[in-house]
Design a protein around this ligand. Sequence first.
Ligand code: NI
Length: 269
Amino acid sequence: MEKELLFDTLWKDYVTQTPSASKINELLQQHGETVKNDHIALRTVNLPEVGIDKLAVLFIQVGYVEKESYYFSEKKLRAKHFEHVSDLSAPKVFISELLLEEFSEELQETVKSFISKIPKGILELDALLVSGRTWGTVSYQTYESLRKESEYAAWLYIYGFCANHFTINVNELKNIEDINDMNVFLKFNSFQMNESGGEIKGSSDLMLEQSSILADKKEVAFIEGNYLIPSCYYEFAKRYKQSNGELFQGFVTNSADKIFESTDLVLQH
Ligand code: NI
């Protein structure tokens, strides 16, 4: 698969869960902007058949290389970011995985059980990236019990494999200078920001400023009935130059930690 087709496939799947992302792109285009993507993010668990290294295969095949690793102690996650080897305009890829062994036996069993139901063909064909949920109808009771330990695990149980967010590269916008401008634009257009840790995560000193809207909500059919559940969100990033004059390309753990919460049920208004 070509790189462009890979991202196009992920984007088409993502906007079905995140109508706000298409709306924001349209609004920006009406203001004469061309939207470029800073990074995408994917979520998984640290089981060999679906872990970070497994999800990374397709990206590596189209020229991506592994860069840095990150650890989120509070959320019990590990992540890696990947960059394209030669195309500097290609979006970075951020893949995180839940560290199962740090959770209760009950959570581990639940997660292993739904992951084991993924059809073999999907695992073998690397169709996993946009396969969504392939373990059938979900239970609200299970969702709630996962949420008690990890919003991330609960989200994965409902949505499975897809791009959790795309991220607008604010450096490439003409009329929006920084994240504050971006947030003003979003709020003027009635989008709700993730305010956990403040609307703007990071700083120019940390060489990365980020914000995100709260995830869209989707009606999900559970065994027990239908409930509105946070799906995916849109993120915004502005990068600053390092002392060598090049833009910082990494991620800031404290900021990403708060951004993860964009899909938390408790943050939803
Ligand atoms: Ni992100």
